[in-house]
Design a protein around this ligand. Structure first.
Ligand SMILES: Nc1ncnc2c1ncn2[C@@H]1O[C@H](COP(=O)(O)OP(=O)(O)OP(=O)(O)O)[C@@H](O)[C@H]1O
Ligand SMILES: [Mg+2]
Length: 321
């Protein structure tokens, strides 16, 4: 059986936002990722995707649940273990403009991880490794002494990828890593990520709004709503047989490639706004917006259960409507 690189079990991350006000950014998130695979995490703005990523990678302390990396609980580890883990897990951020220090050269940005984890024996070896990383992401040796502002958005994101790869991680969280880029550049970066995955055996958590990109890159896809996972399955199964009313709405709202068809079709399937995650009500997180709501939905939160082999759903309708 394939090795489970990452297991997330009932993860919670709450923020205190005032007197007795708790914002449940991540309320109940569970998933596994096998080594070498990609899990896509989708959902509307504010549903908690970034917070989930940041909690898994320990930028935030979790408020509940477990995260197992290579079978070992990483939520309760000491400083030394945390340092070692930082080499294994990396994150690529949404905004290639803001995520690179403008005062540093590309060489020092990429070399930082090498320095911190002492991954070279000589200056020459360090430089050689940076050259190798630049080549790996499709940049040139000469770029080593340039500053971030001298690059295009797509090139900057390549620098961000090289920085993440420098420490030879096994797991990378790509948080909207391509959202800020032009469509043609997005495809280039996606292809680069897929090529690197194959060559280096990387495992990805791929967070994105763009469902077409997620479908292209992910082996499995999880759908998040207001801090909870509402559905997850193998990507093709999820896209061809969505069972949660929210997933249906998301897929219906995704733009189509054909502009004429796109102009004519009905987009108003997902009505209303995502509710507030502050002091959420009991019941299903989606019930305020769901056109198929039942009485029970307002009272009892549906659990994410395996409704069919490999297809998990949190909905009292059980996929039938
Ligand atoms: N540091 C924080 N303090 C308080 N609330 C926060 C903090 N970070 C995020 N939140 C809140 O948590 C919720 C989830 O935010 P998060 O950034 O994880 O969403 P997201 O799914 O990544 O959205 P987007 O698609 O826009 O990036 C939001 O309601 C947000 O306002
Ligand atoms: Mg985000």
């Amino acid at each position: 059986m394939a090795e489970l690189l990452l297991q997330v079990i009932g993860l919670k991350k709450y923020f205190n936002v005032g007197r007795k006000q708790v914002l449940k950014a991540v309320d109940d998130v569970s998933f596994n990722i096998e080594r070498g695979k990609t899990l896509g995490l989708v959902g509307e703005s504010g549903c908690g995707k970034t917070t989930a990523g940041r909690t898994i990678i320990k930028i935030y302390n979790a408020d509940g649940g477990q995260v197992l990396f290579k079978g070992k609980d990483i939520l309760n580890i000491n400083k030394k273990e945390k340092f070692a883990l930082a080499k294994e897990m990396q994150m690529i951020f949404q905004d290639p403009y803001a995520s690179l220090d403008p005062r540093k050269t590309v060489g020092s940005i990429i070399g930082e991880g090498l320095d911190i984890h002492k991954l070279y024996n000589s200056k020459e070896q360090r430089e050689k490794r940076i050259h190798e990383l630049l080549k790996m992401v499709g940049l040139q040796k000469e770029h080593i002494n340039r500053f971030p502002h001298e690059f295009s958005g797509g090139q900057r994101q390549r620098v961000g990828i090289a920085r993440a790869l420098a420490v030879e991680p096994s797991f990378i969280i790509c948080d909207e890593a391509i959202s800020a880029l032009d469509v043609s550049i997005q495809a280039q970066i996606i292809n680069l990520l897929m090529k690197l995955q194959k060559e280096l055996g990387l495992t990805y958590l791929f967070i994105a709004h763009d469902l077409n990109m997620v479908r292209h890159i992910s082996d499995d896809t999880a759908v998040m709503y207001l801090g909870n996972l509402v559905e997850k399955a193998e990507t093709e199964e999820l896209f061809s047989n969505p069972m949660h009313p929210y997933t249906n709405g998301l897929l219906a709202a995704a733009p189509e490639a054909d502009p004429l068809y796109e102009m004519q079709r009905n987009h108003n399937i997902l009505e209303g706004e995502i509710a507030s995650p502050i002091n959420p009500k009991p019941g299903c997180c989606f019930c305020g917006r769901c056109g198929l709501v039942l009485d029970i939905c307002r009272e009892i939160r549906p659990e994410l259960i395996e409704i069919k082999k490999g297809h998990f759903l949190a909905c009292h309708r059980g996929g039938e409507f």
